[in-house]
Design a protein around this ligand. Structure first.
Ligand code: ZN
Length: 135
């Protein structure tokens, strides 16, 4: 499986290259025609948002690798989304700005679900197992 120049791959929070389709390391991926299948699945509105969320997750992990206060960040992002919706109603926000706030909420929710917040007892490993694809 080719790894260089592959589009359907992303770096996890430990900078390891993973398949966007199966979540395995790219060198372990056995997806067939992954670029074609991913292109179709990522073409729709959901796919566009999911791609934006993946990008936001990566940026957020780089900016804030520590998961302390992740839940507080999610609540703050949710408030920012609400504010942007209200501001759009009075003409002070563009739809793309509201979309980006929604992407941030989703990205933080994914991090909360996959990494947890040490301030709370939730353990992602209890859901995903020790062989989790995000660790
Ligand atoms: Zn794969």
């Amino acid at each position: 499986m080719e790894t260089e120049g592959r589009e359907c791959a992303y770096h996890d929070h430990q900078r390891r290259l993973r398949c966007t389709e199966c979540g395995l390391f790219v060198v372990q991926c056995q997806c067939e025609d992954v670029e074609h299948n991913a292109h179709h699945r990522l073409w729709g509105d959901d796919g566009k948002m999911i791609r934006a969320i993946r990008g936001e997750i990566g940026q957020h992990r780089e900016a804030f690798p520590n998961t302390h206060y992740l839940m507080a960040g999610l609540v703050e992002a949710t408030g920012d989304l609400m504010k942007s919706l209200i501001q759009q109603q009075i003409g002070n926000r563009q739809p793309a700005e509201v979309f980006h706030e929604a992407v941030k909420v989703a990205a933080l929710a994914v991090r909360m679900g996959t990494e947890g917040d040490p301030d709370f007892p939730y353990e992602p490993y209890a859901v995903f197992g020790e062989e989790s694809s995000s660790t």
